[in-house]
Structure formats: structure tokens, C-alpha cells
Design a protein. Structure first.
Length: 370
């Protein structure tokens, strides 16, 4: 505010006159101030918020509650009534591993979507510790052989077996007999965790493309017509690119659709071809197997503290990669074989094929250099 300064007057009348002038001036100023328009309020633009990304898919999911643990379920793939499995297409990640007898089993990981049930459910194997420990949360399985007790006991996840009758239930409505009538309830498995474990979001297992950085294989990989893969001799499969879906779809070696039933009840479930946004091939040597007696030899992959070669399929293309895994608690790290750096997957679901060196195979077909 401006300050009005006056000189000392020789006569009182001069002082009074000066005060009157000052008073009138102040009143005039005050009157003018009353009629000045109020300034318009300035609306501040909200600061942009980072997109909500699902850690196991890299997808933007702003309307979903992702502040919870993952639920991993051990699913069989033997030709003994286990197929078609239920709700495999709802998984964020699926690992396929070889077990005894050349058959395979799946380690299906659910986080961004938790279906009402998953199954069938079968027993754990030693390799599961290396796959589930980086994810944490709940690991649901039907039991295990006593030979695996030590290695499974080191798993950095809460193990939930058939002793939890509310999580694993027998359901004959799917037309399957034991052991393939056992199903897991992921929501119930999540609720069974301790408070701290239940609200612990899993760490990302792979790097994903962004708006500024496209998927590595889609950007610089080679074209191909398909990928033949055999994790176990019992279940050779083929992945092909479906341009209409912009996804990889899975078939048997004979060209039959490899399907899953999607739905939470036998009467409402619909068959779908197994599909994924990425296919990751991890070639690994097998260590000393576990001797299960009459059940045969159960292999264990050498993944922890190891490295090797593989492929990544994204966006209809294939890229040669190198993989490494520091220890049981660490996820796989994928880098381009040509030295271009870390490999980014397409946001979405991924199938990881654990191909044993020697007994398995993974062959890109019709490959054409970029």
C-alpha cells in the first residue's frame, strides 16, 4: 500500500486541510477499489499420473486392483484326462517344464485376472522353486514326493496343498476322475495368505515394450511361419502367428487345436485355443535327476546361477536371445544375442517353454531375415 507523507504545518488550519485532502483521497481510492472486478480463479491442470501397469504383463490396467499377490497353480499336461485344462488363457504367465516320463506340466501364474477356478491340479517338482520364488504369493499344488522336501522348502512363496480344503476341491462335474478332478480356487488361495503376503504385488519378471520403445522381436526380429517346440516327448507343440488376433496360437504337432476351457463351471465353460502375446524359449541343461523309484527319474533344470540361449516371439517375429538367472529368487534376464541390450516383450500374456538341451527342441520354421 502507498504511504502518504505530509510536511509539518505552521498553522493548525493547514494541518486540518491536509488531513481532509488525504481522507478524501483515501475514500476515493477505496470507492474505486470496491468497483474493481474480482480476478477470475485460475484452474490448475491436474498433474499427469503414471499409467497403472500389471507387473506380470506390462499392460495398462487403470480400473483393476493390482495391489495383491499372485497365485500360481501347478497344472498337469499328461494325456491321461488332464486335457483340456481349465482357464489357462486367464494366466499372465505359463511355464512349461518337463517332468518324469517325458511328460510336461504347467506352472500357471495368475495376477491381473483371478478366475473362479483353475485345474486340474497336480503335484510340485523341484524346478518349481526356481520359477515361483521370484514371484512369491501363493503356490497351489496337490502335494509332492518326499525327495523334493528340501528344495521345495526353500521356495520364497506360501505353499498351499490339498490340506487346505477350501482352496483345493474335488469336482466331478467336469467329467474327470481322480487325479484330474482336483481344482484350485485362486481367490480363496489369495485370502489364505497372511496380510503382508496377500497385499504384496509381484515383481515384474520381464521387461515390456512402451509407447516409446516397441517390443524387441517385433522391431528387429526375423519373420517366421511357426515355431515347433518339444519340452517333453509326450507333448510336441507348434506356435503360429494369428494375424486376426495379433497373438500366437498353439496346436499339436499334428495340427490339432491345443485348447483350454474358459469358464468357472462345466456347463458354462467354452473351449478356446491356447494363445499368448509372447512365446519365450529358454534352453537349459538338466541336472542330476531325482530317483523316484517305480515312478522313474524326475529331472530338475539348472536355471539358478546359469545362462543359455533361446528365442523370443513377439508381434509375428522371432529374435535370438541370451538368458541368465542370478539365483532362485531372481527372475530371468533376457538380452538380444546380437548385443542390442535388454529384450522387451509385447505387453500381454507370455508362455515360457523350458526346453531341455538334448531331449527337447525348439525350431523356428520358415525363418526369413529381417
Amino acid at each position: 500500500m502507498n504511504r502518504i507523507r505530509t510536511r509539518t504545518a505552521r498553522r493548525g488550519s493547514a494541518v486540518v486541510g491536509g488531513l481532509l485532502v488525504v481522507g478524501l483521497s483515501a475514500a476515493a481510492l477505496a470507492g474505486c477499489a470496491k468497483h474493481e472486478p474480482e480476478p477470475e480463479p485460475v484452474e490448475e491442470s491436474p498433474s499427469p499420473t503414471a499409467p497403472v501397469l500389471a507387473p506380470l504383463t506390462g499392460e495398462e490396467m487403470p480400473d483393476f486392483d493390482l495391489n495383491h499377490a499372485a497365485v500360481t497353480v501347478k497344472v498337469p499336461n499328461a494325456n491321461d484326462g488332464a486335457r483340456p485344462q481349465v482357464n489357462l488363457n486367464s494366466a499372465d504367465l505359463v511355464y512349461e517344464e518337463q517332468v518324469e516320463g517325458g511328460i510336461t506340466r504347467y506352472v500357471a501364474v495368475y495376477h491381473s485376472r483371478l478366475p473362479g477356478l483353475v485345474g486340474p491340479v497336480r503335484s510340485a517338482r523341484p524346478t518349481d522353486t526356481s520359477l515361483v520364488s521370484p514371484i512369491g504369493g501363493a503356490f497351489v499344488y496337490s502335494g509332492s514326493h518326499s525327495a523334493f522336501d528340501e528344495v521345495l522348502g526353500s521356495m520364497a512363496a506360501t505353499r498351499i496343498d490339498e490340506s487346505h480344503a477350501d482352496v483345493l476341491t474335488r469336482d466331478d462335474s467336469w467329467g474327470r476322475g481322480a487325479p484330474n478332478n482336483l481344482f484350485a480356487h485362486p481367490q480363496t488361495a489369495l485370502a489364505a495368505l497372511d496380510d503382508d503376503a496377500r497385499t504384496a504385488q509381484p515383481a515384474a519378471q520381464f521387461a515390456y515394450a512402451t509407447k516409446d520403445q516397441p517390443a524387441s522381436a517385433a522391431q528387429s526380429g526375423d519373420a517366421l511361419t511357426g515355431l515347433s517346440v518339444s519340452v517333453g516327448a509326450d507333448a510336441p507343440r507348434r506356435w503360429t502367428w494369428d494375424a486376426a488376433q495379433s497373438r500366437w496360437v498353439r496346436s499339436t504337432a499334428k495340427g490339432q487345436i491345443d485348447s483350454t476351457l474358459q469358464g468357472d463351471s462345466a456347463d458354462a465353460a467354452q473351449p478356446e485355443q491356447i494363445a499368448a502375446d509372447n512365446v519365450v524359449v529358454i534352453r537349459s541343461v538338466l541336472g542330476q535327476p531325482y530317483d523316484l523309484g517305480a515312478k522313474g527319474l524326475s529331472p530338475r533344470y539348472q536355471l539358478d546361477g546359469a545362462s543359455g540361449q533361446g528365442y523370443v516371439l513377439s508381434g509375428g517375429r522371432v529374435l535370438d536371445v541370451l538368458w541368465s538367472k542370478a539365483d532362485a529368487a531372481s527372475p530371468f534376464v533376457l538380452t538380444a544375442a546380437d548385443g542390442a541390450g535388454e529384450v522387451r516383450l509385447q505387453p500381454g500374456s507370455s508362455w515360457v517353454e523350458l526346453v531341455p538341451d538334448g531331449s527337447g527342441q525348439a525350431v523356428p520354421e520358415g525363418r526369413t531375415a529381417a
